[in-house]
Write a protein that binds this ligand. Structure first.
Ligand code: ZN
Length: 475
């Protein structure tokens, strides 16, 4: 198990547990610059803990009790523990935690490389609701997925982290934009966000692989495809297509007076992916005691509305849950069994929450101001932008109490439009009672965000309670 067992049920967390879980989260974020890498990092941990890979194409009949995972595309993952036969499963069904693997960022266009004013630059699109200013003057690198043609002529998918060279979206000097500090920064998405990779005449052996300076005949396109090909150890002609994006090269780390803070990219929502994953890994150490089927679902494309073959709007969960239900029985009406299991099931939608910001406290609802390291936050919204209701909130608060973890509540200011999560989407697809929760954070959707270092362990412990909760909602 990559994560050791925390203190016993209901015992307060110790600093050792909190440090270990926080440090493991920082490693997970470091390993995962893109949703593709996040799924791969999760698979590595599941595999190390003895979980078995399933494919959608294979037969899932007669699965033995144990841990399983299935990747949907390369950026969405569903993992579950099939427990021993237990009559309680008929009553309580699935315990599902949903989160998302994607984060707002800048993504390379297919024909990205071009030359302008002697610079080699890359055309980018904005993915999701990124805070654009946070991508300026930052040392960035390129990562993602590349489809290459193998030596056998077939197409292969490869993940890549192009740690070298570092690239940069350079901000305009204040001398050329005198009003910026008074009137604010205005960025045109087409014109102002293209990173500089280098100088066209300044490419070295790194790009050309020829051991000498060679800017003469090289184009921006050939220099960039050469870089990518060398990183993948293939010929430039073998590169067929790419899904590449930019990532911050500065490592995730702790900060604050007592290292009580985390400064890191992609906390929204790798923070919740990590907590869900480790709650499942800990749960898997005692499968005989589980009277429910614990499931985690980590979806791509939440930041752009979840409408895709890999997003939460796709019927991924209904299809996979039905197959899991069928795998728990040898006989009888499998469809009937699935629908019965579904009727007793519950979902936690886990997505990071807004902590009160000391410089902008008036942007927060006065009665609902969560704090960093204050424990899990239950998110409420009357318009159902969050799927929480009084019954699911009561259950989650009860689970926090059992785990000896404090709980907080969040409501958006009524005069500001509220964000949303996958919670209302999966609740609608499955007709499943759902609670929206998250750990408190600052700088949401910045290239570099901030959260509390204690909260990862606190959230993981409550999620573990949930994944093993063979009980009902308050009736
Ligand atoms: Zn999110």
């Amino acid at each position: 198990m990559p994560s050791r067992e925390a203190g016993g049920e209901g015992s307060p967390t110790g600093p050792g547990d909190e440090h270990a879980t926080c440090d493991d989260l920082l490693s997970f974020i470091r390993e995962s610059p893109t949703p593709f890498h996040a799924v791969q990092s999760a698979v590595d941990r599941l595999h190390a803990a003895g979980f078995s890979a399933l494919t959608p194409q294979a037969s899932w009949r007669s699965l033995a009790p144990g841990g399983y995972y299935v990747c949907v595309g390369d950026s969405t993952l569903v993992a579950f523990v099939l427990p021993q036969k237990d009559p309680r499963i008929e009553l309580h069904g699935f315990r599902i935690i949903g989160a998302h693997t994607d984060s707002p960022n800048l993504r390379l266009k297919p024909k990205a490389a071009y030359e302008k004013q002697g610079y080699v630059q890359l055309g980018v699109e904005v993915y999701g609701g990124a805070l654009l200013n946070s991508w300026l003057d930052r040392d960035l690198y390129i990562a993602g997925r590349v489809i290459v043609r193998g030596s056998d002529g077939g197409l292969q998918r490869r993940l890549v982290k192009l740690a070298d060279p570092l690239i940069r979206v350079a901000q305009l000097a204040i001398h050329l934009d005198r009003e910026i500090n008074d009137k604010g920064l205005l960025l045109n998405r087409q014109e102002h966000l293209a990173p500089i990779v280098g100088l066209l005449g300044g490419s070295s052996s790194r790009a050309t692989g020829k051991g000498s300076t060679d800017g003469g005949s090289a184009t921006a396109e050939s220099l960039f495809s050469g870089l990518l090909a060398r990183a993948l150890d293939v010929a430039p002609e073998a590169i067929v297509s790419t899904d590449l994006m930019l990532a911050d090269s500065l490592s995730p780390r702790r900060g604050g007076l007592g290292e009580e803070l985390i400064f890191a990219p992609r906390l929204d929502n790798l923070g919740m992916c990590h907590a869900a994953l480790h709650a499942l890994l800990r749960t898997a150490t005692r499968p005989t005691e589980i009277g429910v089927v614990p499931v985690i679902a980590l979806f791509d494309h939440e930041e752009v509305g979840s409408n895709s073959a890999y997003g939460a709007q796709a019927p991924i969960l209904p299809m996979l849950l039905e197959r899991i239900a069928a795998a728990t029985t040898q006989d009888g009406d499998r469809r009937e069994r699935y629908l019965r299991l579904l009727s007793g099931s519950l979902c936690v939608s886990a997505d990071m929450a807004h902590a009160v910001h000391p410089n902008y406290a008036d942007r927060h609802e006065p009665q609902h101001r969560p704090h960093l390291n204050g424990g899990p936050v239950i998110k409420h919204n009357a318009q159902q932008r969050y799927a929480t209701c009084g019954r699911t909130a009561a259950l989650f608060a009860e689970l926090c109490a059992r785990a000896a973890v404090p709980v907080q509540h969040y409501v958006h200011r009524t005069d500001l439009p509220c964000g949303s999560t996958i919670g209302p989407i999966t609740a609608t697809l499955l007709a499943m009672p759902t609670v929206d929760v998250g750990s408190a954070m600052l700088s949401m959707h910045s290239a570099r965000e901030c959260a509390g270092a204690r909260d990862p362990e606190l959230m993981t412990r409550v999620m573990m309670q949930f994944l093993q909760h063979a009980g009902e909602l308050p009736s």
